[in-house]
Ligand binder design. Structure first.
Ligand code: ZN
Length: 200
């Protein structure tokens, strides 16, 4: 709120604040604040030798641009990259403890596998992230060489995509040339990662 005084605007006195209604006990944390707390525990710096090199990139093969766009955006986020790297990794100070381990039941079966992949999606994404940021597969100048279809980690992600988010053909089409929704695919992949991690 402002008032005018000879061409200048100055703040007027703020309105009185009424007392908020009283609650019993502390207010439950919002989903955002819980996310902030969890995210604060994950380092957001780059821990890779190729961070200052040009992006590695992924060679498109067929109708995979929606997939490449979604995954490249993810792997260039330090917070996501560091989170997925911690998946199933040994705890730095507690021997025998794994961080964010795979979610298995008592029979060693993945408990959350709505897509029928049969293996841990987070493990497959981690494998690709490690591969993507590896200081190997670089040219003579140290510039990362793009990921190609014959790369084992990329092929595994493509296989998951075929199950989890199969591209549609569109009416009357014999090949998969339909436009796909990259954001929807990315959300599905992220959810599958979160579902396959034991965060308890
Ligand atoms: Zn896993």
């Amino acid at each position: 709120m402002t008032r005018s005084t000879g061409g200048h605007k100055v703040a007027s006195n703020p309105p009185p604040i009424s007392n908020p209604p009283r609650r019993r006990g502390p207010a439950p944390p919002s989903l955002q604040s819980m996310t902030d707390v969890n995210a604060a525990q994950i380092p957001d710096n780059w821990v890779t030798a190729t961070a200052n090199q040009p992006s590695r990139g992924i060679v498109r093969n067929g109708n995979t641009c929606f997939q490449i766009a979604a995954i490249q955006a993810l792997v260039h986020l330090p917070l996501f990259t560091n989170w997925i790297r911690e998946h199933n990794a040994p705890h730095p100070t507690i021997p025998g403890l794994l961080m964010n381990p795979c979610l298995y039941d008592a029979n060693d079966v993945i408990t959350t596998d709505p897509y029928g992949w049969g293996r841990c999606v987070a493990c497959a994404v981690k494998k690709f992230v490690v591969r993507y940021w590896s200081d190997r597969n670089v040219d003579v100048n140290g510039v990362p060489v793009p990921v190609r279809l014959n790369d084992a980690a990329w092929r595994e992600l493509c296989a998951i995509t075929d199950i989890m988010y199969p591209p549609t053909r569109g009416p009357g089409r014999r090949v998969y040339r339909d436009q796909q929704d990259s954001e929807e695919y990315q959300t599905t992949l992220l959810q599958a990662c979160a579902d396959s991690v034991d965060s308890a």
